[in-house]
Design a protein around this ligand. Structure first.
Ligand SMILES: Cc1cc2nc3c(=O)[nH]c(=O)nc-3n(C[C@H](O)[C@H](O)[C@H](O)COP(=O)(O)O)c2cc1C
Length: 395
């Protein structure tokens, strides 16, 4: 296959908005297609899927949009599971299985999420963007993608992880703050730690990573409004990735009870928990999380497989108290709008916020007068849309 150069991040999207890959159903071809068609970057989530199912979704998405899109892969995980702790957790969850009239799942699945087979498909029939979570691919893998014209993004939760991604040849890093919904993409899950990665909030983390690497940053975690997107672009990110905001869209494949829980006042807050999967992820606090979170073992993906039938049965029974309600800290700001409309609203809000950055009190700000363009020269250096005149860029 002849070598092709990947597009830059600003060439991949008209607007600096990425729809987060969300495994377990939400980021289906309908959602990704609608976001890409609206000038954002739509993403498919290959996690937990067979290689064949991943490829089927890619083909479906290509039928919906000619525009760039991404596919997200889980990195293979070391087996950290303490079998005794896992069996104790199985015993502790027995009542859940009885209540939801199901069995607990088998835990002897492979922990590599069919990584090699998925890579083989993506090398053979390249897609515009591939991102990775739970670790960093080798230089060889990242180089091979680059030669095929695929732009690569590695999720990071600390400046050190970002440096590893840059060293191994990633085109960009997805900087994930602690506000983020779903799993933290920490490269190594430390069973002793609280599982919050570096534990840094997004703005602080973006600022630190910006000073640690030269490649573009995609900021993610708790972003629900255009003005927050403007804030992370001003802090040095080239684009913003939103999960929870898109999860509630009608095109999202998330379960209806999950979507409705986001703005239901019964679910007032989120927490990190290992209760559902064995790896720390942020979810709405519900009965399952409260009861089982405190003693859930560090055993990913074994706990994911163990709890899967209970979570499925709870969804079938429309009982959000037994489901994994993955959500970012901004969940209450979720808007139930079709994805294209949500994109329009976000783009407009971003434009207004950027104008405000220029003229906070109706006049040109001193900082801007002093020659610091919104989006920043540094964003331009890295090829991001932050300062390239994407929607809402000040004239
Ligand atoms: C339901 C759900 C599933 C997720 N699945 C994935 C995934 O498969 N791969 C990934 O890299 N990130 C995944 N994430 C994390 C998102 O990529 C992103 O970091 C997060 O949604 C950002 O926070 P926000 O939800 O507050 O916008 C998931 C998040 C949610 C809410």
């Amino acid at each position: 296959m002849p070598s092709v150069s990947p597009l830059s991040l600003s060439e991949l999207t008209e607007h600096p908005i990425v729809q987060a890959p969300m495994a377990g159903g939400p980021s289906c071809p309908e959602l990704a297609g609608s976001v890409s068609e609206s000038g954002g970057l739509g993403f498919l989530a290959a996690g937990y899927k067979t290689p064949e199912a991943m490829y089927e979704e890619i083909k479906q998405l290509r039928g919906q949009t000619q525009r760039p899109f991404g596919v997200n892969l889980f990195m293979p995980q070391p087996d950290l599971a303490d079998r005794g702790a896992l069996e104790r957790y199985r015993a502790q969850l027995a009542g859940e299985a009885t209540w939801f009239e199901t069995e607990l799942g088998e835990t002897d699945h492979a922990a590599d999420d069919a990584y090699d087979a998925k890579l083989a498909i993506l090398f053979d029939d390249p897609v515009p963007v591939v991102s990775f979570t739970f670790g960093c691919p080798t230089r060889q893998v990242l180089e091979r993608f680059a030669r095929r014209g695929t732009y690569t993004i590695v999720t990071v939760t600390s400046p050190g992880e970002a440096q590893t991604a840059e060293f191994n040849g990633a085109h960009a890093v997805c900087v994930q703050g602690v506000e983020a919904g779903g799993h933290q993409g920490t490269h190594r899950d430390d069973p002793q730690a609280d599982g919050t990665g570096s534990g840094l909030g997004l703005l602080c983390l973006v600022t630190q990573v910006k000073e640690a690497v030269r490649i573009p940053l995609v900021a993610t975690g708790g972003l629900m409004r255009g003005r927050q997107i403007a804030a992370v672009l001003a802090a040095g990110a080239s684009a913003a990735q939103l999960g929870t905001a898109f999860l509630v869209c009608p095109e999202s494949g998330a379960d209806l009870a999950h979507k409705q829980a986001m703005t239901n006042s019964v679910f007032a807050r989120t927490e990190f928990t290992r209760a559902f999967s064995g790896r720390p992820g942020r979810a709405l606090v519900n009965r399952f999380l409260r009861e089982h979170g405190p003693y859930a073992p560090a055993a990913y993906p074994q706990v994911h497989h163990l709890t899967a039938p209970v979570r499925k049965a709870a969804a079938k029974a429309k009982d959000p108290q037994g489901m994994a309600l993955w959500a970012g800290q901004g969940h209450r700001l979720a808007r139930d709008l079709p994805a294209a409309q949500l994109m329009d609203v976000l783009v407009t809000e971003l434009a207004v916020a950027r104008e405000r950055l220029l003229k906070p009190d109706g006049t040109q700000s001193a900082a801007v007068g002093g020659g610091v363009p919104a989006g920043g020269a540094a964003a331009d250096r890295t090829g991001g849309p932050g300062g390239t005149g994407a929607a809402g860029s000040p004239a």
